[in-house]
Design a protein around this ligand. Structure first.
Ligand code: TNX
Length: 538
């Protein structure tokens, strides 16, 4: 750790270019330890570079090879260790074996880069994959290209030693595909960019008042009329079971777990409009294309119990069976159309149906009002860094009291759909985002909070992780999603991955410097981002 702090200090003090004109590298999120061997000869990719694999590194070697091949035009074969003569100075070794990761950390890795070669060591394929993402960030931004053009200075990576492992196990971004629908290709593009930041969870908000986005066998009406709308009449859409499987597989290849959310019992107008018998009065409401919240609910009445419970079992059973990951998110937020007693009854039945699938249940923190949560249910806190009132705190802490933990998403710092200061226009010529939390959110604010200091009794071991949600009431195209997400999601990724700084103070200048380095990569990748003030963009 000491060497990591040293390197951080060195990086912070440096201008972004050294005397050869090459850009000082940075790795985001900041590793536990990152030591640049200044003055030492760099590692260089050459026409004969190979990726040599020992142990099971899953997709990490091939995905790295694809990137290097596209950028360099070279062959970059992936070979098994021992199948050829020893490694040479331009090779990349990836070793997955017990004892390789620091302290045996499940997602940890070591990375050694110098003129004798590059080597990644990890205990798991996940660790190996995160190691390749760090190596990628040590190479010039041109490594993100696909036109085989060597940059000035060649394909060099500064000599460095990295020892790294994440602080939190759950490092998430959420995409709301209900208010506006985003096709599989958009989600894959999003996953690519999350992987670069070592985020390992994609929470998909699959249903809301404005749309139902996942095919459920035997219930075609849900993806019929239920998927026909979105906010503002921008058209509908949904994922077939195969589409969803493609997303899950693409994510898994990048060590990302998909957490599906079916938002219940509120935020259900799409389901109610498609299924008359779910309504207390048996009458389906019209589809909804506005942006109000809190007006819809499943029916708690005993006369609807059978049909409602069958719906819950069908839907949650299907989603669970399509999802290899351990989690199932059942919403629970903003159920303002039910009495407290009805809400508690519905939450009990919903979470029980979800737990019956064998998954670990996740719910927005309001659901902590229930004392009947299945053992280990995870709460997602979305109130503010300074909680607005005692109820928000009590509901959130209730998950811990019932044997669970929390994912922290305080809206005033982690909500990516909050506006930027200056309210800039997107390429489509409109301003986007909301400001109900605490007004616009700056990159500084997104970076300047500590997840273990928000709720009493919710410290390091009760925080499962951090999530940055992106609600899509105001954005309909993936470019606009990216505009809101980048660069602010980097702050969330770093709080989730990097060690809590000594003394608690984060180094904003050094962080902004590294965000500028990411900006060079996003430029090459064609990722849309808003060049916020304060970052030394180049
Ligand atoms: C609150 S956060 C909501 C969403 C909105 C979002 C907009 C939460 C659990 N519910 O329904 O889309 O605010 O920022």
């Amino acid at each position: 750790l000491a060497s990591g702090l040293l390197a951080t200090t060195l990086l912070a003090g440096c201008s972004s270019a050294d005397q050869n004109g090459t850009t000082m590298p940075g790795i985001t999120p900041l590793p536990v330890s990152f030591e640049l061997h200044e003055g030492a000869a760099p590692f260089r990719l050459t026409e004969s570079t190979r990726i040599i694999v020992e142990g099971d590194a899953a997709t990490a070697p091939e995905l790295l090879a694809e990137r290097l091949r596209a950028a360099t035009g070279w062959e970059v074969p992936v070979v098994a260790a021992g199948s050829s003569a020893g490694s040479s100075a331009s090779d990349i070794m990836i070793v997955v074996a017990p004892g390789e990761a620091p302290d045996g950390a499940a997602e940890g890795y070591t990375l050694e880069v110098d003129s004798d070669g590059a080597r990644i060591g990890a205990d798991t394929p996940a660790g190996a994959f995160w190691g390749t993402q760090s190596l990628r960030q040590l190479l010039p931004a041109a490594i993100e290209r696909a036109d085989a053009t060597e940059p000035d200075g060649g394909w060099a990576a500064a000599a460095a030693s990295v020892t790294d492992a994440p602080r939190f196990a759950y490092r998430a971004a959420m995409l709301d595909v209900a208010r506006h629908f985003f096709p599989v290709e958009d989600v894959e593009r999003y996953l690519d960019q999350l992987a670069l930041l070592k985020l390992n969870v994609l929470h998909l908000h699959l249903t809301d008042d404005q749309g139902w986005r996942l095919e459920i066998p035997g219930r075609p009406e849900l993806t019929g009329i239920g998927a026909s709308t979105s906010v503002g009449g921008d058209g509908g859409g949904f994922y077939t079971a195969d589409d969803y499987r493609r997303i899950v597989a693409y994510a898994a290849d990048r060590q990302i777990t998909v957490v599906p959310e079916i938002d219940l019992p509120g935020h259900t107008n799409a389901a109610l409009s498609a299924t008359p018998e779910l309504n207390c009065d048996g009458v389906a409401p019209a589809p909804y294309e506005g942006v109000e919240v809190g007006f819809s609910s499943l029916c708690a009445s005993p006369e609807r119990a059978e049909v409602t419970d069958r719906f819950l079992a069908d839907v949650l059973g299907t989603v669970a069976s399509l999802t290899p990951g351990p989690y199932l998110h059942v919403g629970g937020d903003e159920s303002l159309a039910t009495s407290e007693a009805d809400y508690l009854d519905l939450v009990r039945r919903i979470t029980a149906a979800a737990a019956a699938t064998g998954k670990t249940v996740i719910a927005w923190h309001e659901a902590g009002a229930s004392t009947d949560l299945p053992e280990g249910t995870i709460g997602q806190y979305w109130n503010f860094v300074e909680p607005a009132n005692d109820d928000e705190v009590a509901n959130a802490v209730s998950f811990v009291e019932q044997g669970g933990a929390l994912v922290m998403s305080p809206a005033d710092v982690a909500y990516l759909d909050m506006k930027y200061v200056d309210d800039p226009q997107t390429a489509l010529g409109r301003t986007v985002g909301l400001q109900w939390a605490k007004g616009p959110t700056t990159l500084d604010e997104a970076y300047a909070w500590e997840p273990t200091e928000i709720l009493p009794g919710v410290g390091e071991t009760q925080v499962l992780g951090i999530e940055a949600p992106l609600w899509t009431e105001t954005v309909s195209r993936i470019e606009e999603v990216e505009f809101l997400v980048f660069p602010r999601v980097t702050a969330i990724a770093e709080i989730a991955w990097s060690p809590r700084p000594d003394g608690g103070e984060r180094d904003h200048d050094a962080f902004f410097e590294r965000v500028a380095r990411l900006g060079e990569r996003w430029d090459v990748l064609g990722v849309t981002y808003y060049p916020v003030r304060g970052v030394p963009w180049t």
